[in-house]
Design a protein around this ligand. Sequence first.
Ligand code: F0G
Length: 353
Amino acid sequence: MAWGVLESYREFLPVGEDTPMITLGEGNTPLVRSYRLAEEIGCPELYFKLEGCNPTGSFKDRGMVLAVAKAMEAGSRGIICASTGNTSASAAAYGARVGLPATVLVPQGDIAFGKLAQTQAHGARILAIDGNFDKALSLVRTITERQPLTLVNSVNRVRLEGQKTAAFEIVDRLQDAPDLLCIPVGNAGNITSYWKGFNEYKAAGKSQSLPRMMGFQAQGAAPLVEGRPVASPETVASAIRIGSPASWQGAINARDESGGAIDSVTDEEIMDAYRLLSTGEGIFCEPASAASVAGIIKLHQQGMDLRNRRVVCVITGSGLKDPELAVSVISTGVKEVSSDLEEVEAALLEFAA
Ligand code: F0G
C-alpha cells in the first residue's frame, strides 16, 4: 500500500527522481453508498466520495501536495494563494509540513471560521483583503509575476494534476467510471481535473467508459451557467462564491466533451441537501459540497430516470469547517440538566415524547 497520492499514482503524475515524495496521508478517501437519498430519488447506485476525509478536510490536499512538492523541487522560497478558505488551509498545512512559508489572500470576513483557524494554526501569513475571491486571485497572479513566490492556486496546472487522482480512486473502486459525476463548481479547477483523470484512466485501459460531467454552481454565483462573469457573486456556500472562474474553459470542455451539463442550484436547495446529508445519511459536509447533492436531486425532480444509472456525488469538504452554520440551521438544541438521575431520565422521556 502506497503512502499518499504521489506514491499511489506516480506514473500518472509529473513526478521525477528529484521530486520529494511528501505526504500528509491525502487521498484514498471513502466512497460510500447512499442509503436514504438513493431510495428517495430512485437511484439504487448512488455514491458519495468523501473528500472531507483528506488531512485538512477538503479535496485541495490532493493538488496541494503535488504543488508543494514541485515548488520544493524548483527551490522555491515560499508559496502564495488566494482562497475562499480551503486552498489556504491546505497551503498552510503543506507549507508547515515542509518548512515553506505560506502567504494567503482571503476575502475579509467572508470565509468559514474553521478554515481561518486552520490557516492560522499552521502559521501562515494571512492577508484579508477588502474584496472578493476574484480580486484576491487577480492580485496573487500579479504578485507572483513580481515576487519570488510560487503560486499554488489551480492556475498552477500542477494542482489539477494532483486533483485528478480522485477520479482514479473512483474508477479503482467501481472497476469502471460512473454514468454521472456530480460536482460543485467554483473556480472550476476540480471539474477540469476529474475530467482529465477519467480520460487518462480510460486511455490507460483502466475503465471502459467515461462519465457525463454534471457541474453545479450556486445560483447567485453561476457565471458558467449565465455565460458571463458575475461581478458580485452571492451565496450561502462561501467556498464557491466565485464570479470569474480561472478554469472556465476546462469546465466548458468537460461539460461538452462528456455530454454533461453545468447548472445552478439555489441556496435553499443547497441547504436542503446539506440537512438531508447530515441528518439522513450521517455525512457532515460544508454547504458548497452539498451543491452536488442538490444537483442530483434537481435532475431527479426534472424527470431524469436514475434507476439504472451509477452516480457519484463529490462531497468536497468537511462540515467541521463551519460549525456555527451547522448549529444555526440544524441544531436540535442542547437541553441543560443537573446530574441528578431522575432529572436526566425525565429529560430523556421528554425527548421521546
Ligand atoms: N467545494 C469546496 C469545499 C471548495 O472549497 C471549493 C473551492 C469548491 C468546492 C469548488 O472547487 O474551485 O475547483 O471549482 N474552493 C477554493 C478555495 C476556491 O479557495 O478553497 P473549484
